[in-house]
Design a protein around this ligand. Sequence first.
Ligand SMILES: N[C@@H](CCC(=O)N[C@@H](CS)C(=O)NCC(=O)O)C(=O)O
Length: 239
Amino acid sequence: MAVVAFHNEIKQMLKLYYHPSPNPAKIALYLEEAGLDYEMIPVDTRKGEQHEAAFKKINPNAKTPALIDADTGATVFDSTAILLYLADKTGQFALPADPQVKAQALSWLMFIATGIGPYSGQCVHFRHFAPAGNEYGLNRYDYEAKRHWQLIDDHLAEHAYMAGEQYGLVDIALWGWCAPLPFIMGDDDAWSKYPNIKRLFDEINARPAAERAQAVKAQHAFKSEMDDDARKQMFPHNH
Ligand SMILES: N[C@@H](CCC(=O)N[C@@H](CS)C(=O)NCC(=O)O)C(=O)O
């Protein structure tokens, strides 16, 4: 198992426990932007590797991403905690010093962590994966996901970046959730409704670090089928 292999052989200071999904993508982008050496350890969630005991010692929440920093012995889980840990440790893309800008950065960072991520995730679940008969759930999460994304678009209509005058940690956090926006909305034309987010998304995608972060997923043949076994691993409440 990839997770167990880590304990036997330490190659890089930083181990990123990764699946090609929005929250791990943020960390891949951060690591690439910061130019930090790291090893990607695949956690194939459609095969149920997130439930293995060895991985749950690293992330008791059994989700990706997680990070081990062999330099400090620290284990960090939850994408926002990892971003803050790395920014604090390295000083790269650190929160702005100015208290007003810092307050904005923290506010939007937590808005993405507690709003954009969970509402978008549940919207995807009810739109694409829940059994029939869940219209109320879909309606609620569709409404909340759209409301949250609209707030980001409105903010970016007035500001070039999420916090302050420069590309930073909050933009990196947002990028992870941008790629699946049409899938979240169930609308191939979704980008036309969020032109300001699209502007920033395109700008970040043009950065070499974003290209490298995208390429990380090709390092492993992750399972792509959402078959019965994948549903069992991802949605254990149904079984
Ligand atoms: N709050 C967590 C959420 C992590 C999360 O939901 N990760 C997803 C991928 S984006 C996952 O690993 N899902 C597998 C599962 O739910 O079994 C974070 O920001 O890291």
